[in-house]
Write a protein that binds this ligand. Structure first.
Ligand SMILES: O=c1ccn([C@@H]2O[C@H](COP(=O)(O)O)[C@@H](O)[C@H]2O)c(=O)[nH]1
Length: 242
């Protein structure tokens, strides 16, 4: 269970570096995230290679454009074999419906399982001050995450990306089957970097996350296997009810 719960973010700039990380971690990790840096450097082939190596891929490109453009892009991304693709919820309901419909249609056409399509709510790097003073919102981040999660569900998508600090409110609002994918995961004592709304792996699992996304705490560790093992042990302890 914990092997699928943890998604390691491959934030590197070449196929060689990505496949080296996959090779090193694959005995422990069943899910990897391909984001903009790696995708722009390598294209869709890197996703196909990781899938061929036996792991699942969250293709984190955060599509955000007019509905037709996002729908057509989602159609192409389904051909990669990714298990999860995503859009920005702030693109609106029509855009999200276009992504979901296109992904299901293309998967049907190819005779493959449709990927989960999820929507990013408020980036985990944004804190209250940035949200209100720079971005000009008057309410709380949690309120916006809740309303975007409800819009995501109403638009027929499978779940959201949010910070671990909003897991419980999204779970309460959207129900037990809604996927909640949380970056902003930092083991106790780890560097925050640019992340602002964070929790530890154990806290996020206890709050009800479907998947945890972890990048630098693993990929920048001297002993990456030890870093992953420590996170998995923390997840397992919570799952076992300790
Ligand atoms: O709100 C968001 C959405 C996506 N991300 C992505 O997750 C990883 C986190 O990496 P760390 O090194 O563990 O900070 C990264 O690829 C982001 O693009 C996010 O952090 N927050």
């Amino acid at each position: 269970m914990s092997k699928e719960k943890l998604i390691v973010a491959l934030d590197v700039d070449s196929q060689e570096k990505a496949l080296e990380l996959v090779g090193e971690l694959t005995a422990h990790v069943g899910f990897f995230k391909v984001g903009m840096e790696l995708f722009y450097a390598t294209g869709i082939r890197i996703v196909q290679e990781i899938v061929a190596a036996g792991a699942q891929v969250f293709l984190d490109l955060k599509l955000h454009d007019i509905p037709n453009t996002v729908g057509q892009a989602a159609r192409v991304l389904v051909r990669s074999g990714a298990s999860i693709i995503n859009v920005h919820a702030s693109g609106g309901g029509a855009m999200m419906r276009a992504a979901g419909t296109a992904a299901r249609e293309e998967a049907d056409r190819l005779g493959v399982p449709a990927p989960l399509v999820v929507a990013v709510t408020v980036l985990t790097s944004i804190d209250r001050q940035t949200y209100q003073q720079e971005m000009g919102f008057t309410g709380e981040i949690a309120e916006r995450v809740r309303s975007l999660a409800l819009l995501t569900r109403a638009s027929g998508l499978d779940g959201v990306v949010c910070s671990p600090q909003e897991i419980r409110l999204v779970r309460d609002a959207c129900g037990p089957d809604f996927k909640i994918i949380t970056p902003g995961i930092r083991p106790a004592g780890a560097q925050l970097g640019d992340q602002r709304r964070v929790m530890t792996p154990g806290e996020a699992v206890r709050a009800g996350a479907s998947h945890l996304v972890v990048g630098r705490p693993v990929t920048e560790a001297v002993d990456k296997v030890a870093a992953v093992t420590a996170i998995l042990d923390e997840i397992k302890q919570i799952e076992a009810g300790c």
